[in-house]
Design a protein. Structure first.
Length: 418
């Protein structure tokens, strides 16, 4: 393979061009002007574009598609931007939260297993599955858990009575009376001895102190009682104690003593946002809706939002900001550009956006020299004059020779005849 020619050693090292004052060492002026103009446009953008939450208040797939269009527009908007948190963005779209469902499903399964075990006289299995259902229900929203918790406790009492554990059966039946004072056993469904034992063991009427250790809203036997930590007056016997709160996971314990400690279990940011979105969806009136929106905005750390809902079968869009006028009117969506729908939050274009102008500076004109002043003309004339002078000098200084009669080849000059 032929190698490219290298430097010729005979020519010496490469010649360095010395720096001359006035020589350009940076960008051309034209390029610098363009860069400055682009910099001016960037400087005109707000230093911190406002975050906007786009919230779906419906699980309609069309709403998710529209929300994607808003997201794309916010990416390039001159004054607004998306949240920038994928987990929180996901919490604002799609199906609504049902955090009780996993525990409810397990509780219903255990209840069915307990009922089947009772029918087969397997009282130990019935007791185990009834307790398992109660454990799952302690993690469920108190008002949702209560009816099933009553059924599980009643089934537990039956299993304990059939196993001749009368004290445990009496405690379970007393709790059923407390949780559901109107519950009566149908003699056509339950054995007479079960009905009689149930009726003979109502809830206790004495009052005792119950200390709840933990953090959150305290629910005792399905009724909200205050804030933990705290001490509460309750009837003697067994109780279902649960702690709830927007910033924690619902959790509870069955207790038959004077104190109970329920561990803290913080709710994730995503779970809190999902709860707030659901609460906003369920808000019963405009006042409650405004309050729920404030709570959601606080969790998201935003001051502006776009709400997507369905009204009369059509998608509608509403904006919100934490300053007057708050909520805008609903606008029916019919393929408008998202920029147009965001106008209540910010103008479509930056009114102060500078125009980019690239100035053209033509090079200065230099007047042409007369042809006789051109250097090549003057050089040629000087060279010609020099050649003439040298020729005259050489001619004037040449050597001259004179012939004599003795010189070889001498010829006498002719003579004239008279």
């Amino acid at each position: 393979m032929t190698q490219p020619p290298g430097p010729n050693p005979s020519l010496g090292p490469p010649r360095k061009v010395p720096y001359t004052k006035g020589m350009s060492t940076g960008l051309p002026a034209r390029v610098a002007v363009v860069c400055a103009a682009l910099g001016a446009v960037a400087a005109a953008q707000p230093p911190d574009r406002r975050k906007v939450a786009v919230v779906e208040l419906t699980d309609d797939p069309k709403a998710t598609a529209l929300r994607g269009a808003f997201y794309d527009e916010l990416q390039v908007h001159w004054q607004l931007r998306p949240l920038g948190n994928n987990a929180l963005e996901t919490a604002l779209e799609g199906s609504f939260l049902d955090e009780d469902k996993p525990h409810l499903d397990l509780a219903k399964r255990d209840l069915q297993l307990a009922e089947d075990a009772l029918a087969q006289f397997d009282y130990r299995a019935a007791q185990k599955n009834a307790e398992g259902a109660r454990v799952e229900l302690a993690w469920v929203t108190p008002t949702v858990a209560l009816p099933l918790y009553v059924d599980a406790t009643l089934m537990l009492g039956q299993a304990e009575l059939a196993a001749s554990h009368n004290n445990q059966a009496a405690q379970a039946f007393a709790l059923v009376h407390r949780l559901d004072p109107l519950r009566q056993l149908d003699p056509g469904r339950y054995l007479p001895e079960i009905v009689q034992f149930y009726n003979e063991h109502p809830a206790r009427t004495d009052t005792v102190k119950l200390q709840v250790i933990g953090h959150g809203r305290v629910w005792i036997d399905g009724t909200e009682r205050g804030t933990a930590p705290g001490t509460f007056d309750v009837g003697g016997g067994e109780h279902l104690v649960q702690l709830t709160g927007p910033d924690r996971v619902t959790r509870g314990e069955s207790v038959d003593k004077d104190s109970v400690e329920i561990p803290d279990q913080p709710a994730s940011a995503e779970l809190q946002v999902q709860r707030a979105r659901l609460a906003l969806y369920k808000a019963p009136d405009p006042s409650a809706r405004a309050g729920r929106m404030q709570e959601l905005a606080k969790l998201l750390d935003v001051h502006d939002a776009v709400l997507i809902d369905v009204r009369d079968g059509a998608l509608v869009v509403q904006t919100w900001k934490d300053r007057a006028p708050g909520f805008s009117e609903f606008v029916t969506y019919h393929d408008q550009d998202p920029t147009e729908l965001l106008v209540p939050l910010a103008p479509a274009k930056n009114p102060e956006e500078p125009k980019i102008t690239i100035p053209f500076n033509p090079p200065p004109k230099t007047p042409e020299e007369p042809w006789w002043q051109a250097r090549w003309v003057q050089g040629s004339a000087a060279l010609g004059a020099t050649i003439v002078v040298v020729g005259i000098v050489l001619y004037a200084t040449r050597d001259q020779y004179i012939q004599t009669p003795t010189s070889p080849g001498f010829v006498n000059p002719p003579t004239s005849s008279r």
